[in-house]
Design a protein around this ligand. Structure first.
Ligand code: UDP
Length: 244
C-alpha cells in the first residue's frame, strides 16, 4: 500500500528500509527501478498520464523534497522520512561497497560521470565502478549494449526528470542490470561540479531555496511548488475542483 499525494503513491519507508529493499531487489536482478519524485514531478503527472504510469511502475517511490512531506502531512497521511534520491544513492552505494557490488553511471555532460566515478571510488572503497556514459545520446540501443556488457548491480540514470523516468520504464526489459535509480543532477554533485546546500539548509527543508538562489533560472520549474501546496490544501478541505 502506497501513501498517495495528489494521485502519486509513495512508499512510506525509512532510509534503512529503502536501502534494504533495494539490496534485495538487486539480488533478484530484475532491472526494477527506483524513482524519487519531488512536487514538480507530481504536478507534471497531472498533465502527463504516461509519466504517472512510469512512476507507478517503479518498485520503490521515495519522497524527494520537503514539499512531498508537507503535502502528505496536510493530507493526514504523513510519510515517515524525506528521502532525497542523492542521499538514498549514497547510503545504498556505501552498503554495496561492503559487498563488492558494482555501479554504472549514466548521465550528465561529457566527462562528468567519469569524474563522479573517480570520486565515488575514493569515497566508497570496495565499490566496483562498472562503467560510465554521458547523458546526451540520441539512440538508446548502443548505450544499452555498453551497459549490458558491464552487467552492473546498480545503474544510476541521471538524465533529469522526467526523461530518466521514461528511459527506465521504456528500457527495463532490455537491460541486464540488478536495479536502476533515476537521480536527476546527482552526478554533477558527485563529480564536484555542483554544490549541495549546506546540511543546516537541508535539515531546515530549504534545499530548494538554496538551489534557487544558485540557479535562478529554476524559478520557472519551482513556481509549481506553491501550486502543488494549493492543490493539496484544496484536496484536504474537499475542494475537488481545485485539487484536480
Ligand atoms: N541531462 C542529461 N541528458 C539530457 C538532459 C539532462 O544527462 O538529455 C543531465 C544534466 O546534464 C544534469 C541532469 O541531467 O546532470 C539534470 O539535472 P537537474 O539538476 O536538472 O535534475 P532534476 O532537477 O531534473 O532532477
Amino acid at each position: 500500500m502506497r501513501t498517495e499525494v495528489l494521485g502519486i503513491g509513495f512508499d512510506n519507508l525509512t532510509m534503512e528500509e529503502a536501502v534494504n529493499k533495494a539490496l534485495s531487489l538487486i539480488k533478484e536482478g530484475s532491472a526494477a527501478y527506483v524513482v524519487t519524485p519531488n512536487p514538480e514531478i507530481v504536478w507534471l503527472c497531472r498533465s502527463e498520464p504516461e509519466l504517472k504510469s512510469a512512476i507507478a511502475g517503479a518498485c520503490i517511490v521515495l519522497p524527494d523534497g520537503i514539499g512531498i512531506i508537507h503535502g502528505a502531512r496536510i493530507l493526514g497521511t504523513p510519510l515517515r522520512e524525506k528521502i532525497p534520491g542523492i542521499d538514498f544513492a549514497q547510503a545504498l552505494m556505501s552498503r554495496m561497497a561492503s559487498e563488492g557490488m558494482s555501479v554504472f553511471l549514466l548521465g550528465a555532460e561529457d566527462g562528468v560521470a567519469q569524474k563522479a566515478a573517480e570520486r565515488l571510488g575514493e569515497r566508497f572503497p570496495g565499490l566496483v565502478l562498472a562503467g560510465t556514459h554521458h547523458g546526451f545520446f540520441s539512440e538508446d540501443e548502443p548505450i544499452i549494449k555498453i551497459i549490458n556488457e558491464a552487467k552492473p548491480d546498480l545503474l544510476l540514470v541521471c538524465l533529469g526528470a522526467p526523461k530518466q523516468e521514461y528511459w527506465m520504464k521504456n528500457n527495463a526489459d532490455k537491460l541486464n542490470v540488478g536495479l536502476m535509480a533515476g537521480l536527476g543532477g546527482s552526478l554533477d554533485v558527485f563529480a564536484g561540479k555542483v554544490r549541495r546546500a549546506p546540511v543546516v539548509w537541508q535539515k531546515l527543508g530549504l534545499e530548494w531555496l538554496y538551489r534557487l538562489i544558485r540557479e535562478p533560472r529554476r524559478i520557472k520549474r519551482m513556481i509549481k511548488l506553491p501550486l502543488f501546496i494549493f492543490a493539496v490544501v484544496a484536496q484536504r478541505i474537499g475542494r475537488k475542483k481545485y485539487a484536480r
